[in-house]
Design a protein around this ligand. Structure first.
Ligand SMILES: [Zn+2]
Length: 473
């Protein structure tokens, strides 16, 4: 994510994962297991940055979504078919779903009991699901989706706009429009069919499929076959200039809100997507997904850009006063490697996303004839507040300067220490070995030490979490 405003206090309490899991479990059934050995899945992922988000007891492999959205009434109807595997003997499990009315839930072919509890859809299948069993959950739901206003990021979730809607947001947004295991530790492939009135565009992640029309409605289809974290899903509906082509043999879909100038800064910056992605691939290794693109929206409530998988979404403020901004494009595209392909295991490691994406802005600026990465490093070093850690920054500072800029400093310090050849070999090894998976800061340190053949833990400690300015390498 790239931001156009300074971080505001989140105003949201964090709770310990253990306590919260137990409270939610008590509300739904109790903290003890069932007598036959089958027991409820956890009601959250145990990540203290996002209490209540994610769930335990199963692993989703695929979301098949079929939704219809009517802009004049803001009403969404949907069916989600979720394919998952039980990771324990499971008597009951939760999905995350905010608002919306659930009509029916089926597990396999059988109707399942279900109830709602504060952002959770609690599903009790007729029979327990043994560990290792693959199963499908079908959920029919409808309603007027809601926005997420948690204060730290500006608007997110499902926003009704002047001409349609935008579903977007980090760390959460997906649960406002489909039932989901809403934590990046559970990635899954994704197929979406979205039906909107004729003449309205409906954009999402991945490869475009065939469109079809009937009775005044058009169905747009999108397929993201590479596992995707739920916060990287998006749905953008409205009046857009959509350009469909190919780049490097893969589909490239870009879209700019029709209310923005056809030849303005947003369109010209987005048009550099292929060039920028090729530059980043020359540094980070092969592009990890089957499609490319980007979407510029006009709604000013979105004061950020987000690296939604294969097709980032940019708020209009990045192109204010008609100034081109390839830097933000480089940032969001760098996330396709750092964050989207190699994803977080827990939000406390978000510098792994933002530090590398911020560093990519420096690489791009140097490549594009601007300031060198070394010069950006020196300028940033001089103004850094070393009391703020990059790792475990706290929920309220998860989008703070220490995550972005101090993270980028740490990346460049690694480069200065091990030299360019080893540095870029570390990056390519990371994006290759960890492709489509999840990782932690400790994983990166271990991999860097292995590739470099030397101890690097003290370096990472000093640059990421030490309380005073590290010695320049
Ligand atoms: Zn970012």
């Amino acid at each position: 994510m790239a931001r156009t405003r300074r971080t505001r206090a989140a105003g949201r309490l964090t709770a310990t994962a253990t306590a919260l899991t137990c409270v939610v479990a008590l509300l739904t059934a109790g903290c003890t297991g069932d007598s036959d050995g089958f027991r409820p899945g956890a009601a959250d992922a145990g990540d203290p940055y996002v209490p209540g988000h994610g769930n335990g007891g199963y692993d989703v492999t695929h979301y098949g979504l079929d939704v219809r959205y009517d802009p004049p009434t803001d009403r969404l109807t949907g069916r989600a078919v979720i394919t998952a595997t039980a990771t324990q003997d499971l008597s009951r499990f939760n999905l995350d779903l905010v608002g919306l009315h659930v009509a029916t839930v089926r597990v396999g072919d059988a109707p399942a009991d279900h109830r709602r509890s504060d952002g959770e859809l609690v599903v009790t299948p007729r029979d327990g699901l043994p560990r290792g069993r693959q199963f499908t959950v079908s959920v029919d739901y409808a309603g007027v989706p809601t926005a997420v206003e948690d204060g730290s990021l500006g608007s997110g979730g499902f926003l009704h706009t002047a001409d349609g809607a935008v579903a977007l947001g980090q760390p959460d947004s997906a649960a406002t429009w489909f039932p989901v295991n809403d934590h990046p530790s559970d990635k899954a492939s994704f197929d979406l069919a979205v039906t909107v009135p004729d003449g309205v565009a409906a954009l999402s992640n991945g490869v475009p499929g065939p469109k079809s029309s009937a009775d005044g409605w058009t169905t747009w289809r999108w397929s993201e076959r590479t596992p995707m974290a739920s916060y990287l899903s998006t749905l953008v509906i409205g009046d857009y200039r959509v350009v469909t082509g190919t780049h490097a043999g893969r589909p490239m879909v870009t879209a700019v809100a029709a209310s923005l100038p056809a030849t303005g800064a947003a369109a010209s910056s987005l048009a550099r997507t292929g060039e920028i992605v090729d530059f980043l691939a020359s540094r980070f290794g092969p592009y990890p997904f089957e499609s490319y693109g980007g979407i510029v929206i006009a709604d000013e409530r979105i004061g950020y850009a987000l690296e939604t998988q294969s097709r980032p979404v940019y708020g209009p403020a990045f192109f204010a006063e008609d100034q081109p901004n390839p830097g933000v494009v480089a940032h969001e595209l760098a996330h396709q490697w750092f964050g989207d392909s190699v994803s977080l295991t827990r939000w406390g490691d978000i510098w792994l996303n933002e530090g590398f994406a911020s560093y990519a802005e420096w690489l791009w600026e140097e490549h594009d004839g601007g300031r060198t990465a070394q010069r950006n490093f020196e300028l940033q070093y001089a103004k850094t507040d070393w009391s703020q850690p990059s790792v475990e920054p706290g929920r309220e500072l998860m989008f703070g300067t220490a995550v972005y800029k101090r993270g980028a400093l740490a990346v460049h310090a690694l480069r200065r220490t091990v030299g360019d050849d080893t540095f870029f070999r570390i990056l390519r090894t990371w994006t290759t070995e960890r492709a489509t998976g999840n990782a932690t800061t400790a994983d990166l340190v271990t991999l860097a030490e292995r590739v470099a053949g030397r101890q690097l833990r003290p370096l990472f400690d000093a640059w990421l979490v030490g309380g005073s300015a590290p010695t320049l390498p």
